[in-house]
Design a protein. Structure first.
Length: 622
């Protein structure tokens, strides 16, 4: 796991960018604190910050060169099947100088070019520069686990793992209003957009070809989420899911540094930890809870799993003071406006785990692949309407009269019912867009000042929902948008802030492809979400995990905004008054008033998004 940054100058004057490159690498120091290296010639500068995981020797430092020095590689990520790939190459006569996956990746590219991407099982973003032909190959993994920002300017092309590094180059800082509008709906900016007008994110499963001589850049897709339907019966599918997930965990246990496992107490991380203990002795597991807010604390579930599987378990309890101690570091590292508030807990967990391990396994990705969110249940009810669904659809407006917030059982249920009522009045695609976000369309139009030219076409992520009309189409939309834009960004940023590598067995492409091929009935019905996953591992986990409602990795956000973060919230609202070109101040004030009412709903999340945006704006424009 590392940080990469590079620039190709179209006028063969790359040296003038060296100061910017060095500053950018320093900005991304925590992504790779173990070693920093730079390659330079008159056409290019390639920089690398290394977090040593596989072959920690100096032989595997980057930039990494072919034996003839023609090819140069900078690489962020891990190739989990590199030993198998290396063995195959050795049978073809290839000889290796290191024990690293980095060398294997470069040799694969030299032999197979773009086809090498389909051979890789892992997460990655990388650039291979051909110094002879003056061309570059830049690729990212199938699901966008590892970030890749890039920009094409008049005189150069540049790329990097983080916006804070890339923006050290001479790039005009103009906010993309389409991204701004989408951010305040989703609370993140999905690829290919970024908050800056001339900066993009490389789409998952894509690669770029750069020809310096012709000053030409082309984008290509090598992977798609759509797969042919499977004809496996349910028992066969259960066995395959178990086998594929066990294999995925096994591959992700390879490490030359200490490795542990997140254990939240939910089904997903509990399964990963269970499988890991079957293959690794003395596994360390870690969970986080909230001292001051028991409604959000689920550490007793995690402890029950740890007791059952025999892991060495550590629990960290987060207090309000811990939040205050960490919040500025979180704001600084967010990089691009990103307002999934659970990142606060993820950051605190990663910071603690780093004291024991450099690598951790997680349960990320299972909800988007197997159907684990509340909205999946809502879609299933909408598509399979019964008496209770008709009642909610017709009388759900009554929930709008009740107190709504995420901070209590009854108020949260009222919030969910009212959101279902509102969404059920829309078409399938519109209801997905509503349930994926935090602001209803009319509120969003009023909050952010935009014109019709600033509209993003959400069909690029969710266009198949109306056509296919099924849960599998919803899951594909989640994998294209929510997974790569929200969940994976959260884990990448918060783990890298602590120089911790997090691996997600549920995102092994063999498992994802297989589960995507299964009928939706294997994944969800009227009684259960993530059906095949839960039923395949039910005997392995404590019964108490299956008799509880899903909360997610939530935090007491409303309480914190009204108390610990109140001064910062007031600062953010004061800033809005000087940004009349961006926001409608009256709508923002309505949000502020809603925060302090019994009908806060999702207002705390939207206010947190405003606070994050103002912190980001202050960094880049003031």
């Amino acid at each position: 796991m590392c940080g990469i940054l590079g620039i190709f100058d179209f006028k063969t004057d790359a040296q003038k960018h060296r100061g910017a490159l060095d500053r950018g690498l320093e900005k991304m120091h925590s992504r790779g604190p173990d070693y920093r290296g730079v390659f330079e010639d008159k056409h290019a500068l390639l920089g690398h910050n290394r977090l040593s995981i596989i072959d920690t020797s100096a032989d595997a430092h980057q930039p990494f060169f072919s034996s003839d020095k023609r090819y140069v590689l900078v690489f962020n990520g891990e190739i989990f099947n590199f030993k198998t790939l290396k063995s195959d190459l050795e049978k073809k006569g290839e000889q290796f100088l290191t024990k690293s996956d980095t060398e294997v990746l470069l040799r694969l590219y030299m032999i197979y070019r773009a086809d090498c991407l389909n051979m890789l099982n892992g997460f990655f973003s990388f650039c291979v520069y051909d110094t002879l032909q003056q061309t570059a190959f830049l690729g990212t993994d199938r699901y966008g686990i590892k970030p890749f920002y890039y920009t094409e300017q008049n005189d150069f092309f540049a790329f990097g793992s983080e916006l804070k590094g890339l923006m050290q180059f001479n790039i005009q800082r103009v906010i993309d209003r389409r991204a701004l509008k989408t951010y305040f709906h989703l609370h993140y900016v999905p690829a290919p957009y970024s908050m800056f007008d001339r900066v993009s994110k490389l789409l998952p499963g894509h690669f770029l070809l750069l020809d310096l001589k012709q000053q030409k850049i082309t984008q290509h897709q090598y992977y798609t989420l759509e797969v042919a339907p499977s004809e496996d019966d349910y028992p066969t599918a259960q066995k395959k899911v178990r086998d594929l997930l066990a294999s995925a965990v096994e591959k992700r246990l390879v490490s030359d540094v200490p490795l542990g496992c997140f254990l939240s107490g939910g089904i997903d991380s509990s399964i990963v930890a269970t499988l890991a203990t079957q293959q690794k002795s003395n596994l360390q597991t870690f969970s986080i809870g909230f001292k001051d807010h028991t409604f959000f604390d689920e550490t007793h579930y995690a402890q029950a799993v740890a007791d059952k599987i025999g892991s060495t378990h550590t629990v960290y309890k987060l207090s309000n003071q811990d939040l205050l101690d960490n919040i500025d570091s979180i704001f600084d590292y967010v990089d691009e406006p990103f307002a999934d508030s659970s990142m606060i807990a993820v950051y605190a967990l990663c910071k603690q785990v780093k004291q024991h391990c450099t690598v951790a396994l997680s349960g990320d990705g299972a909800d988007e692949v197997f159907s684990g969110y509340h909205k999946h249940g809502a879609f299933y009810r909408m598509l399979n309407t019964g008496v209770s669904e008709k009642v909610v659809s017709n009388l759900g407006f009554l929930a709008g009269l009740m107190p709504q917030s995420r901070g209590g059982v009854l108020s949260n249920k009222a919030r969910q019912v009212y959101k279902y009522y509102k969404g059920s009045k829309l078409g399938l695609k519109a209801s997905y867009w509503s349930w994926a976000g935090f602001e209803y369309v009319n509120d969003l139009q009023a909050l952010v000042k935009t014109t019709s030219t600033h509209n993003i076409n959400e069909n690029q992520w969710i266009g198949d929902i109306e056509k296919q009309k099924g849960i599998n189409a919803v899951l594909l939309a989640d994998q294209k948008m929510v997974l790569s834009g929200d969940m994976l960004v959260k884990v990448d940023r918060m783990s890298m802030a602590s120089s911790l590598e997090v691996r997600s067995p549920f995102l092994d492409y063999r498992l994802v492809d297989y589960v995507n091929s299964l009928p939706e009935g294997y994944k969800i019905n009227n009684q259960i979400k993530k059906r095949i996953l839960q039923e395949s591992f039910k005997k392995d986990l404590p019964d108490m995990l299956f008799n509880r409602s899903k909360k997610g990795f939530e935090i007491p956000l409303q309480y914190w905004l009204k108390n610990s973060l109140n001064n910062q919230v007031n600062w953010a609202f004061d800033r809005v008054s000087s940004q009349s070109e961006l926001f409608d101040e009256r709508t923002v004030l309505k949000l502020q008033k809603k925060l302090n009412s019994n009908h806060s709903g999702d207002a705390p999340a939207s206010i947190f998004a405003m606070l994050i945006f103002q912190k980001w704006y202050d960094t880049y424009f003031n």
